[in-house]
Design a binder for this molecule. Structure first.
Ligand code: AMP
Length: 476
């Protein structure tokens, strides 16, 4: 069985999506924004940015790298103002570029604004071509810049009456298709926006006398904010300095498509997503998996960190001990120096090592959240056997990943996804496990505790509720 596995570097695999943050009426907003981005680092590690304003000019700082490296004390001191928006960006393969770092700022004569975006638009190319025909000049390859131009061009005056900015945003977003959770900052206000399908999360919290919006509630915990509610799908929420709020719901539709993969892998376990604690959902996924795919064994081990909550749920459901049979090096950066001579399985070994003492002679159930190309589990099976495991049974706490995401998660192309072209039996043989078991689609939603209709599970089902980009390539 031949698999294309060399497109993405081993340590890069495929990347996580983005994080957005927004704050208003918060003294030293930049510091709180920085801390929030720190809590949301898991959603993107390519680069980060913060734009602040105190009602005057917008001050921006964007740089490639991790949040802690991008912002120094001096930089944060320069980012003055009681309003801020921030962004963590992931690397889309081929577009690792400073120009694509967010937030973007539209410096206009009047009504300057800035935008931070999580998600992916599926008609960005089409909209961009139209805007370029009309004279717009683009400085990046990011689909977010399309939003910037659409908002900037949205009519300011209708029948000699000034159109409120919230309505201009609504008009601008009407032709936009795809996933977007946005933090937008004008001179006076902060806007929190979710696309009509509500694909990516976005939550609202109270922070002192002001407000905060963030991709995940784990950011609220770090800065001491209190969760208020999720921004609704299709909602544009305007928050003013004085705390007054206006909600525009003209974009709202009936169909919802929250990304189920946020529960499976992306969100941090301590976040509350759509009213659900992600850790609890993952434990349920593991317990359900144990019900569906039990096997005789001596112990359960997680693939850290992504498989830990599901392994806990699996072990307690099946009544076996849970052991840490794989130890993770938490200091593995995005790049490391490859040794000159080739070391077998180097890529995985640098991150995970088998804890041989507890594995020798044992029948092991290994639990992970998902299989993408199958390279990690193949190497882990070999590593566990080399460490003395008698049997290795792989259990996956989600259904087979059979298709790419066009709504904000950077996945390898479909032909690189092992489950797209191979049966479970073939995958089991490829990874060299004694048995392999995936969670069923029904089981996944049972564990989530919500109706499937409200979600997007295109990566597992190939059902793209919003369609796919025309050329089937990801909008960058
Ligand atoms: P693979 O070796 O390609 O099969 O990758 C499987 C591993 O990738 C599992 O341990 C997952 O936790 C992890 N994973 C799943 N989705 C993603 C993603 N979008 N970005 C990075 N890692 C992921």
């Amino acid at each position: 069985m031949s698999l294309q596995t060399d497109k993405f570097p081993e340590t890069d695999k495929f990347q996580e999506e983005c994080a957005v943050v927004g704050l208003i009426n918060v003294p030293e907003a930049a510091n709180y924004c920085y801390l929030s981005l720190y809590a949301l680092q898991h959603r993107g590690q390519e680069g980060a940015g913060i734009v602040t304003s105190d009602g005057g000019a917008m001050i921006a700082h964007r740089e490639m790298g991790l949040v802690a490296d991008v912002f120094s004390v001096d930089v944060l001191a320069r980012l003055t103002g009681d309003k801020a928006i921030g962004h963590n960006r992931y690397a889309t393969f081929g577009s690792k570029d400073w120009a694509n770092l967010q937030p973007f700022v539209a410096n206009l004569e009047a009504n300057s604004f800035s935008v931070a975006h999580n998600g992916n638009l599926i008609n960005a190319a089409e909209l961009k071509a139209k805007l370029q025909d009309e004279g717009s000049i683009f400085t990046s390859t990011s689909d977010t810049e399309v939003l910037l131009h659409l908002i900037a061009k949205s009519p300011k005056l209708v029948n000699s009456t000034t159109v409120p900015f919230i309505e201009r945003i609504a008009t601008a977003l009407k032709p936009v298709k795809g996933a977007y959770s946005l933090a937008v900052m004008s001179h006076d206000n902060l806007y929190a926006i979710r696309d009509p399908y509500g694909i990516r999360p976005l939550s609202l919290g109270k922070l002192g006398d002001g407000y905060i919006v963030a991709s995940e509630t784990c950011a609220f915990d770090l800065v001491g904010a209190t969760f208020i509610r999720d921004i609704e799908p299709g909602e544009i929420l305007e928050i003013s300095r004085d705390g007054s709020m206006k909600s525009n719901k003209t974009l709202q539709g009936k169909e919802k498509a929250f990304c189920v993969f946020e529960y499976v892998y992306f969100s941090r376990p301590d976040s509350i997503i759509q009213g659900r604690n992600v850790y609890s959902v993952r434990k349920n996924l593991g317990a359900q998996l144990a019900i569906e795919k039990p096997v005789e064994a001596d112990l359960v081990i997680p693939v850290p960190d992504s498989g830990v909550p599901s392994a806990i749920g699996f072990a307690s459901q099946i009544g076996l001990p849970l052991e840490i049979g794989l130890i993770r090096n938490h200091y593995v950066g995005r790049t490391f120096i490859e040794p000159k001579q080739s070391i077998r399985d180097f890529g995985v070994k640098v991150k995970l090592n088998a804890n041989s003492e507890i594995l020798v002679g044992k029948r092991i159930i290994v639990v992970d959240d998902s299989v993408v190309r199958g390279t990690t589990c193949k190497k882990l099976v070999a590593m566990l056997r080399a460490a003395g495991a008698k049997e290795v049974h792989f259990r996956i706490a989600s259904p087979p990943t059979v298709n790419s995401c066009y709504y904000g998660i950077d996945t390898p192309s479909q032909e690189e996804l092992i489950a797209a072209t191979h049966s479970e039996e073939e995958i089991k043989n490829y990874i060299g496990a004694d048995s392999l078991g995936y969670l069923s689609m029904e089981g996944m939603y049972k564990a989530v505790g919500e109706a499937r209709e409200k979600h997007c599970d295109a990566c597992f089902s190939s059902i793209y509720k919003l369609g796919v980009p025309e050329d089937l390539s990801k909008a960058t």
